[in-house]
Ligand binder design. Structure first.
Ligand SMILES: C[S@@+](CC[C@H](N)C(=O)[O-])C[C@H]1O[C@@H](n2cnc3c(N)ncnc32)[C@H](O)[C@@H]1O
Length: 336
């Protein structure tokens, strides 16, 4: 991860027309860096709130992304396997519905592996992975380029939680936004709806993976595994925040906690103070008493009808979906 002084110049933005486009950067020009004043303010507001919270995007730096990749191999973490099963079984149906795909846009691309598996069926001319974990994405793209020398790959660093902005050079027609991993579940339903509306406004069809409502004894171990990889993933967020904000969190003062909130249909991840903890950052500080928590992630679960309703509300029609053999996870394809 880059040190602030080593990268004093922000990389050239590709486009600044939309209000949230200021941080859209080609990954080759980017490197992980400390936060902007706006990020500092947002982090500070969350940390000083009576029920402290930190946005889940801070789970992902180079180490966080590597830990997530390891989590997907755990027996408890079913979503990745379920989604892979669906995409392998139905890639030809998806391709038939989606053709022609000129540009495959991959939101929260991570290691790009799921999109890579779709390339033979979809045959896009251009692949645009979007992620905030810029070092990790950069490595994934280097690997992808070696295997697909003829594919035009345009990796972008962008925070999609405020909406997606596309570079102007992107072809207008044949856009497919792939949003796998049930990452849509990290947004509350109102923000998920806003993002879906934003995607609809980009004239893109969508292919989106959604985790389903299911029993607590399946959901909770997926976010609290026996090897404590998810605990390490959650605790690493504190080190990432230290880098971005200049705070002095010590991961040893905190423990991971995950629970299914049935009323809200979401798995929540928290960090719980093990003792009296005083955390300081430039200009502010906060005292946490033992047992006090910081809310770090929600993963909303949907029924098929519930998610279809959200898609319709966002303006989508022609909705198709496929589920895995256990009926735990669903992939939706939709057009406006
Ligand atoms: C749950 S992982 C999914 C990774 C991969 N697509 C998969 O399905 O296995 C979420 C991915 O989204 C990225 N991400 C999380 N929040 C983001 C945000 N606000 N803007 C852009 N990328 C984000 C993370 O860095 C990570 O790569």
């Amino acid at each position: 991860m880059a040190h602030p002084q080593k990268h004093p110049q922000p990389a050239r933005p590709l486009q600044t027309a939309a209000p949230h486009a200021a941080r859209l950067r080609l990954v080759e020009q980017a490197a992980a860096r400390p936060g902007t004043p706006a990020e500092h303010l947002a982090l500070e507001a969350g940390l000083l709130a009576p029920n402290a919270r930190i946005e889940p995007k801070y789970l992902y730096d180079a180490l966080g992304s590597t830990l997530f990749s390891a989590i997907t191999l755990l027996p408890e973490y079913y979503p990745t396997r379920c989604e892979a099963e669906i995409l392998a079984a139905h890639d030809q149906d998806i391709a038939a519905l989606a053709q022609p795909v000129r540009t495959l846009i991959d939101l929260g691309a991570g290691d790009c592996v799921k999109a890579e598996r779709l390339l033979p069926a979809l045959r896009p001319a251009c692949y645009m992975p979007v992620d905030i974990s810029v070092d990790y994405l950069g490595q994934a793209v280097q690997r992808l380029k070696r295997g697909h020398p003829d594919l035009d790959i345009v990796p972008i660093e962008q925070d999609f939680s405020a909406g997606l902005t596309l570079p102007p050079r992107l072809a207008q027609d044949g856009r497919l936004v792939f949003f796998p991993g049930s990452s849509i579940g990290n947004l509350d339903p109102a923000r998920a709806l806003a993002l879906l509306r934003n995607l609809a406004s980009l004239d893109a069809q969508i292919l989106i993976g959604v985790d389903r409502v299911k029993a607590r004894d399946i959901l909770e171990p997926a976010y609290d595994d026996a090897l404590h990889l998810t605990a390490a993933f959650n605790l690493n967020l504190l080190r990432h925040v230290n880098h971005v904000l200049g705070s002095d969190f010590d991961a040893r003062d905190w423990e991971h906690h995950a629970r299914y909130n049935e009323a809200e249909q979401r798995v929540e991840m928290h960090l719980r103070a093990l003792r009296d903890v005083r955390v300081a950052w430039p200009g502010e500080r906060r005292h946490f008493t033992p047992g006090e928590t910081i809310h770090t992630e929600n993963s909303y679960k949907y029924t098929i009808d519930g998610f279809e309703g959200l898609l319709r509300e966002a303006g989508y029609r022609n909705i198709r979906h496929w589920s895995d053999t256990r009926d735990w996870f669903t992939v939706f394809h939709a057009r406006r």
